[in-house]
Design a protein around this ligand. Structure first.
Ligand code: PAF
Length: 281
């Protein structure tokens, strides 16, 4: 497995693989990899001849008061995990390699980013779209793999690829959870023991929401109110949002109909965690 830090090195290797007629799968990450990332890499390995993973904590997608500086990093552990899965190349650029002096071009989106995380993190998706666009241009993958835990991000990337005619298949992969239900996330590492227990309120509330929909609740206000009430039982939890939106447009809906994304962001202490379920009604 190679670890490279320049765009030129990635391009040289990708050109070589292309000459040999090999397909390329791509898993973009911000590192501090866990089993969620591993599942994306394994899927890429199954579906493509060569697998590239990027590890880059992208400053452009963090707001001023967010956790850019404290975001966990561990390149050695990440490299070991990638190697054990059979990743062929890690692209680990410095910020200057991605954003040279004078950088002033962005990819932005008018739709899909007004609700959910887009509402509480206003510049986030501009940063995500810009960096993913750049990474796609550098790696030129056939397929790119993203987790459903960031369901809005997945919808945004799919839309960007469609709108900008990128010749890349975007594949969404299921949420991977700890045994007790907590969705795997690099940010789980911020939680102390008490907060780790409290964080279970997210997955418990997801299960409650799923059950209510199964039981026939179709009124979104009723569903959201029940989920919020459940979260409010946990003293360490502070709700950022609980919403149900159409999966395609990420716009609010009043009735559970079609493919619906029910998503939440909840602070446990200072740590903002997200979780969701997607349901066909
Ligand atoms: O999901 C992430 O880790 C990031 O948002 C991504 C897609 C790697 C872009 O920085």
């Amino acid at each position: 497995m190679q670890i490279v830090s320049t765009v030129k090195e990635v391009r040289t290797q990708v050109k070589e693989w292309r000459k040999q007629g090999l397909s390329i799968g791509f898993v973009p990450t911000m590192g501090y990899l866990h089993e969620g990332h591993a599942s994306l890499m394994k899927r890429a390995k199954e579906e493509c001849d060569k697998v590239v993973a990027s590890i880059f904590v992208n400053p452009m997608q963090f707001g001023v008061n967010e956790d850019l500086d404290s975001y966990p990093r561990d390149l050695d552990a990440d490299a070991k995990l990638c190697d054990s899965i059979g990743v062929d190349l890690i692209f680990h650029p410095e910020v200057e390699e991605m954003y040279a002096e004078g950088f002033c071009s962005f990819v932005d989106m008018n739709g899909l980013t007004k609700e959910l995380c887009g509402k509480s993190r206003p510049i986030h998706f501009r940063g995500v779209c810009t960096v993913v666009n750049k990474l796609f241009n550098i790696v030129t993958p056939d397929k790119a793999f993203f987790g459903q835990k960031d369901a809005q991000q997945l919808a945004v990337i799919k839309r960007m690829v469609k709108d900008l005619n990128m010749d890349i298949e975007v594949i969404g992969c299921p949420i991977i959870r700890e045994e007790d239900g907590l969705a795997k996330s690099s940010r789980n590492t911020y939680l102390n023991e008490e907060e780790r227990k409290a964080a279970l309120i997210l997955s418990q509330t997801i299960r409650l929401g799923e059950q209510l929909v199964k039981d026939g609740v179709t009124n979104v206000a009723e569903l959201v109110a029940a989920m919020k009430e459940n979260i409010s039982k946990e003293p360490l939890a502070k709700i950022d949002y609980v919403e149900a939106v159409s999966m395609d447009t990420i716009e609010k809906i009043e009735k559970m109909q079609g493919t619906v994304l029910v998503a939440m962001a909840v602070y446990i202490g200072k740590t903002r965690l997200i979780d969701n379920f997607i349901v066909e009604v």
